[in-house]
Design a protein around this ligand. Sequence first.
Ligand SMILES: C[S@@+](CC[C@H](N)C(=O)[O-])C[C@H]1O[C@@H](n2cnc3c(N)ncnc32)[C@H](O)[C@@H]1O
Length: 322
Amino acid sequence: MTSPDLPAELKAALDGKLRGFSRSDAAGRAASISKTYRGGGGSGAIRSEADALAYALARMPATYAAVTASLNALVEIRPDFAPNSLLDVGAGPGTATWAAAEAFPSLKDFALLDANDALRTLALDLTRDSTRLRNLAYERGEARAELAKANAADFVVASYMINEIGDAEQRALAELMWAKTLDTLLVVEPGTPAGYARIIALRDHLIALGAHVAAPCPHDGQCPLQAPDWCHFSQRLQRSRAHMQVKGAEVPFEDERFSYVAVSRMPPGQRPSRVLAQPATGKVEVAAKLCTPNGLNTARVRRRDKAAYAEARRWRWGDVVL
Ligand SMILES: C[S@@+](CC[C@H](N)C(=O)[O-])C[C@H]1O[C@@H](n2cnc3c(N)ncnc32)[C@H](O)[C@@H]1O
């Protein structure tokens, strides 16, 4: 399992960029960028080096943690997956590339693409001293045009970018990403009802194109959840002092909510059930909401069944249950 916290090399690179930057200025910029996102705007608000750094300080730890949690889930289902090449679509400051490099020591070729020049420049700065990432290829341009030109890769990832694409274009983008996927495609979105709706629409479309879900679902059928319920997970991450200052935060951690889907060209060898919410552990039983290959189910594990109860007490939201 890869740690959800930023790797030391990336932390050091971010700290290096921070020198000479005012943290209160970064906090102001981060707040205004977040306000734009909350209002439904995109990364177009990130225009300068200072904006890009403020965005990275405020959001990179959480998006990194969400992508890492999704990668850990994928690796658990596909322990044999050892990609050589990565294509990071809407790569921004390179968050998903850093996370994939940590999760897959086999990765050698890193290709990134994004429309935002300030974020691309920051990504290149952050990877400059990294032995593994310094030779990455990062194209600047609109995703669909760049994807059409890109080489296919074993592993394709799009993290927190689909929400910036118009509804009508999301299907076309999914088709292009899938066409460039030799093995597995991972899409991660915010863990909101709207983020989940985008993931489910994409999932359905990709399954229709022949994809098989590796994670989080234990099946390729219709999602059994009914609105207002939605499938999402939560990853806790530590906040550094700079991260706290930029966010004006008081506690040294945060919980990032995210939705994701990882689809592969071949069906996975195993499809265990997944815990969809934090289980309720009581004196009599552990009750856990599970997504199983046959639909939703609440597992009730009684205390009198000692071994099973001890096992169920360790279940956490997002875990697979064998
Ligand atoms: C919220 S940021 C996420 C960045 C990165 N994937 C991460 O997880 O930190 C969304 C990124 O998608 C990029 N993006 C949005 N629409 C795009 C498009 N049509 N073509 C290329 N990049 C796009 C933005 O420029 C931005 O870098």
